[in-house]
Design a protein around this ligand. Structure first.
Ligand SMILES: *[C@@H]1O[C@H](CO)[C@@H](O)[C@H](O)[C@H]1NC(C)=O
Ligand SMILES: *[C@@H]1O[C@H](CO)[C@@H](O)[C@H](O)[C@H]1NC(C)=O
Ligand SMILES: *[C@@H]1O[C@H](CO)[C@@H](O)[C@H](O)[C@H]1NC(C)=O
Length: 374
């Protein structure tokens, strides 16, 4: 299974030339003007790459700073070379741009027809991979999630750009599930849904230097839907900007679920005219489970150095369930003012426990530490 996936990634992503045999995508008729459909050329190149055997690492060279237009394409294995395995690091040429324009989508590997159906509408779907690097790509107007990462370990994403309209539904920028050790850096995400969504089974995720907006923020969840036991921990978001987003730092869990969202931090965050800059909603509900008293536990969440403007007066929402509550919520150096001149911001909280230091607006359910130290 991994073999197939690796092969797919290799196809689009690989470009270093130290190994043999090497194929040049131009040699298969790819034009790379951003308008001509290069899918068939890539497919031909893929076939050769996949059939290449021997001891070398078959390599496809993709020129830097070139935009290829790819339509929905299935790059399928199995391939002959073991070195297409994802156990080996996959590298990308720095600065390479693969642009997926219009409402086209590219499928980078599926291991079965079932996977294919499931991921049909995602622009780039990585499933069951190790040591994946994605850098320097642009994705435009995906019909669904732009990049989805599922069951991967060791993923580095940097300098990518995602650009879809703010009113395009279900177009998450990066969707993460069942994956661990991810590092996302220096990227620009403009979309109609979450810029980054972190779903169950995910842990040790660093997100640094991401500009989000428009979009629905960086979200942990939704977790616990339909009574699921969902778990997310060690998510660290730093040096990120939210510009005119519907949410900023968001944790969202369904009533009736179980599991946890814990050890999460949002630090050095700049907000420009964002709605719901800080929000924990622990009893998101879909009608059937109103009566349920269980919930996904939310704890050990730190917000530090969050500043800027909120489009709503309610800038902070900690809406935790009456039965379970949220614990060890820490706020430090928070300053969120209203983007409407003359308006003040306020915080709402229900059954959230923790501390605040130098936090504006004041969050009534957190113990104010600065009150005692002035
Ligand atoms: C996340 O950041 C921490 C602190 O800088 C670092 O120790 C850890 O290795 C990083 N993890 C990943 C997956 O990059
Ligand atoms: C966030 O905004 C600040 C101030 O405009 C800017 O200096 C910084 O580079 C931005 N960061 C990102 C990740 O875009
Ligand atoms: C908090 O959650 C409850 C239950 O879902 C909901 O009725 C209420 O409107 C929420 N309050 C805020 C301020 O979000």
């Amino acid at each position: 299974m991994q073999k197939l996936l690796a092969a797919g990634l290799f196809m689009l992503c690989f470009g270093i030339g130290y190994s043999q045999p090497t194929f040049h995508v131009g040699g298969f008729g790819a034009i790379g003007d951003g308008h001509t459909d290069d899918s068939q050329a890539f497919l031909k190149a893929w076939k050769q790459l996949c059939e290449a055997g021997g001891t070398g690492r078959p390599t496809l060279e993709i020129p830097a700073s070139t935009t290829f237009l790819l339509k929905p394409t299935l790059f399928q294995g199995p391939c002959n070379s073991n070195d297409l395995h994802l156990q080996h690091p996959i590298l990308l040429v720095n600065g390479m741009a693969i642009e997926i324009a219009g409402y086209a989508s590219v499928m980078l590997m599926v291991s079965s027809l079932k996977d294919l159906e499931q991921s049909m509408a995602e622009a780039v779907h990585f499933h069951n991979c190790n040591n994946l690097q994605i850098t320097g790509i642009s994705l435009v107007n995906s019909p669904k999630s732009h990049i989805s990462i599922n069951q991967c370990t060791g993923v580095s994403i940097s300098r990518i750009q995602i650009n879809s309209p703010c009113d395009s539904p279900n177009t998450d920028g990066i969707d993460i599930s069942s994956s661990t050790n991810l590092d996302i850096q220096h990227s620009i995400i403009k979309t109609g849904d979450d810029c980054i969504a972190i779903n169950t089974g995910s842990s040790f995720i660093n997100i640094t230097g991401v500009a989000c907006g428009p979009g629905h923020g960086i979200s942990v969840g939704s977790l616990g839907e339909d009574g699921a036991d969902d778990r997310v921990e060690e998510v660290h978001v730093r040096d990120c900007n939210f510009s005119r987003t519907q949410n900023g730092a968001r944790i969202k869990t369904f009533r009736g679920g179980s599991g946890y969202a814990r050890k999460i931090s949002f630090e050095q965050i700049t907000l420009i005219d964002s709605k719901n800059p800080i929000i924990i909603d622990q009893h998101y509900t879909n009608d059937g489970r109103r009566e349920s008293s269980s919930a996904v536990k939310v704890s050990d969440v730190t917000y530090s150095g969050v500043q800027g403007t909120s489009a709503e007066e309610q800038a902070i929402t900690l809406n935790c369930s009456d039965e379970i509550g949220c614990f060890n919520i820490k706020m430090k150096k928070i300053k969120i003012s209203s983007s409407v001149p003359g308006k003040k911001t306020h915080a709402y909280c229900n059954n959230a426990h923790g501390t605040s230091t130098l936090t504006t607006p004041n969050v009534p359910c957190l113990l104010r530490l600065d009150k005692f130290t002035v």
